[in-house]
Design a protein around this ligand. Structure first.
Ligand SMILES: Cc1cc2nc3c(=O)[nH]c(=O)nc-3n(C[C@H](O)[C@H](O)[C@H](O)COP(=O)(O)OP(=O)(O)OC[C@H]3O[C@@H](n4cnc5c(N)ncnc54)[C@H](O)[C@@H]3O)c2cc1C
Length: 408
C-alpha cells in the first residue's frame, strides 16, 4: 500500500508529489497522461514571490517595465513580473518527485477503509493508499463541494505571435489595459468590461490576451476574440503570424470543499484560486509544504484512518485565518463584478496606487486577517466616492460573505 496517492499531474499534482517525496513518503501518482506531458497553460507570477522561495531560475521571461491602464494615462507598477519556463518548472518538480510511482488512468470512484482508501480506475483496476490527494483541477473527480449556481469564470482569448507593429513598448509588460475607446458608448454601457494582458517576449514575438476578470456566465471566447481584434485594429495593428492561441477558462468563486471528507484536495480541486486575481501558482508553492508536513505527521500514526489524515491536510490548507480571508476576498470579487467600467477603473487605480506592500501581499494572500482588513479599509478611505458607494452597496448585497468571514 502507498502512503499517498496523488490524482493529477498538473502543477498542483507534481508539486504535492514532490513535497511528499521530500518527506520520505511512498508516493503514487495517477493521471490520464504521462506526467512528462507538457502542461497546456503558461503561468505568470510576480518575480518577488519566487525570490523568497529561491526559484527565480525557473522563469523564462522577466519584465521590470510593468504597467497598467485604468484611463488614458499609463500607471507604472514598479514591480517585476515573470513567466515560468513551463519545461523547467515541470522538470524541477518531476526531479524532486522522482521516487513517485506513476500510473496512467482516470479515477472513477473511491472506497474508504479504516487502514486506507481503495481507488477505482476507469479500466476496472484498483490502487490502494493510506490517503488520496485529489489535484484533478477546478472541477475535481473526487473532492466534494456544495453545489453553487452562477459560478463566475475568468475567461481569456490570447494570441502569441508577430504583429504588423509592436502591441506594447519594447521590454514592456501590461498587466491590465482597461482602455475601451474602441468600443461604442452603447457597448461600453451594456456589456461587461474586459482588459488586455500584453507582453513582449522578445525577437518580435508578443502575447496579447483579452480577458474577462470574472463573469457569470463566462464570457464567450468569440466575444473576447472580436474585442481583441477591435482593440488591435483601433491601434492600427494587424496580426501577421499566429504561433499559439490560448483559450483560458476557469472558475473564480467555486465554494470551499467539505473540509471533513476523507479525500484531501490541492490546487484547483481545493478551491485555491485567488478570488480577486485568478492566480494560484504562487499559492501552491507557499502552501504545499504545510500540507505535505501535515499529511506526513498524521501518517506517523499507523492506525490513522484516511479521514484523520485528510482532515489534518484540510486543516493545514484551510485554517480559520485562511477561511476568513477567503470570504473577504470573495466579498471583494462580488463587489467588483457589480462595478461598471468607470467605477471599475477608479477601483483599480486606487488599488494599484496603495503602498506596494499592501497590494502585492493582498494579491499573494500573505497578509494576516487584521492586515487584510486594514488594507481594505485603507483602500476604502482613499477611494473616490463612486467606488465607496459601490462597496457600501455590496455590503448590503453580499453581507453574508462578511458574516462568514466573522463567523469562521
Ligand atoms: C489558460 C490558463 C492560464 C492560467 N494562467 C495562470 C497564471 O498565469 N498564473 C497562475 O497563478 N494561475 C493561472 N491559471 C490558473 C491555475 O493556476 C491553473 O488553472 C492551474 O493549471 C491549475 O492547476 P491544477 O494542478 O490544480 O489543475 P490542472 O492544471 O487542471 O491539472 C489537473 C490534472 O488532473 C488530471 N486529471 C483530471 N481528471 C482526472 C481523473 N479523473 N483522474 C486522474 N487525473 C485526472 C489532468 O489530466 C491533469 O493532469 C491559469 C489557468 C488557465 C486555464
Amino acid at each position: 500500500m502507498f502512503d499517498a496517492l496523488v490524482l493529477g499531474s498538473g502543477p498542483a499534482g507534481l508539486l504535492i508529489a514532490a513535497e511528499l517525496c521530500d518527506r520520505g513518503l511512498k508516493v503514487a501518482g495517477l493521471a490520464p497522461e504521462p506526467p512528462t506531458t507538457a502542461w497546456p497553460n503558461t503561468y505568470g507570477i510576480w518575480v518577488d514571490e519566487l525570490e523568497g522561495l529561491g526559484l527565480t531560475d525557473l522563469l523564462e521571461h522577466r519584465w521590470q517595465n510593468s504597467v497598467a491602464y485604468f484611463g488614458p494615462e499609463v500607471l507604472p507598477l514598479r514591480r517585476e513580473y515573470g513567466v515560468f519556463s513551463k519545461a523547467k518548472f515541470q522538470q524541477a518538480l518531476l526531479d524532486r518527485a522522482r521516487t513517485t510511482t506513476w500510473h496512467r488512468g482516470k479515477a472513477t470512484g473511491i472506497e474508504h477503509r479504516p487502514q486506507g482508501s481503495n481507488l477505482q480506475l476507469a479500466d476496472g483496476t484498483h490502487l490502494d493508499a493510506r490517503v488520496v490527494i485529489d489535484t484533478s483541477g477546478h472541477f475535481p473527480s473526487l473532492v466534494k463541494r456544495p453545489p453553487k449556481q452562477n459560478i463566475a469564470y475568468q475567461a481569456a482569448y490570447g494570441i502569441v505571435g508577430r504583429f504588423s507593429a509592436p502591441p506594447v513598448e519594447p521590454g514592456q509588460f501590461v498587466l491590465m489595459d482597461y482602455r475601451a475607446e474602441h468600443l461604442s458608448p452603447e457597448e461600453r454601457r451594456q456589456q461587461p468590461p474586459t482588459f488586455s494582458y500584453e507582453m513582449d517576449f522578445g525577437e518580435g514575438i508578443y502575447f496579447v490576451e483579452e480577458t474577462s476578470l470574472a463573469h457569470a456566465p463566462a464570457m464567450a471566447f468569440e466575444v473576447l476574440e472580436k474585442r481583441l481584434q477591435r482593440r488591435l485594429a483601433a491601434r492600427g495593428i494587424e496580426v501577421s503570424e499566429v504561433q499559439h492561441v490560448e483559450r483560458c477558462l476557469f472558475p473564480m468563486n467555486v465554494p470551499l470543499p467539505d473540509l471533513t471528507q476523507a479525500v484531501v484536495g490541492f490546487g484547483g480541486a481545493a478551491s485555491m484560486v485567488h478570488p480577486a486575481s485568478g492566480y494560484m501558482v504562487g499559492g501552491l508553492l507557499r502552501r504545499g509544504p504545510g500540507l505535505a508536513t501535515a499529511i506526513a505527521q498524521a501518517l506517523q500514526d499507523p492506525k490513522a484512518s484516511p479521514q484523520v489524515v485528510a482532515q489534518a491536510g484540510w486543516q493545514a490548507l484551510w485554517d480559520r485565518d485562511r477561511l476568513r480571508k477567503h470570504y473577504l476576498y470573495l466579498f471583494g470579487l462580488e463587489a467588483l463584478m457589480g462595478f461598471e467600467e468607470t467605477r471599475l477603473n477608479h477601483h483599480f487605480e486606487t488599488f494599484f496606487t496603495m503602498p506596494q506592500a499592501h497590494w502585492s501581499q493582498f494579491l499573494a494572500d500573505t497578509l494576516s486577517t487584521p492586515e487584510l482588513i486594514q488594507a481594505m479599509l485603507g483602500m476604502f478611505g482613499r477611494a473616490p466616492n463612486d467606488v465607496r458607494w459601490g462597496l457600501m452597496r455590496s455590503v448590503g448585497r453580499q453581507g453574508q460573505l462578511l458574516g462568514a468571514a466573522l463567523r469562521s
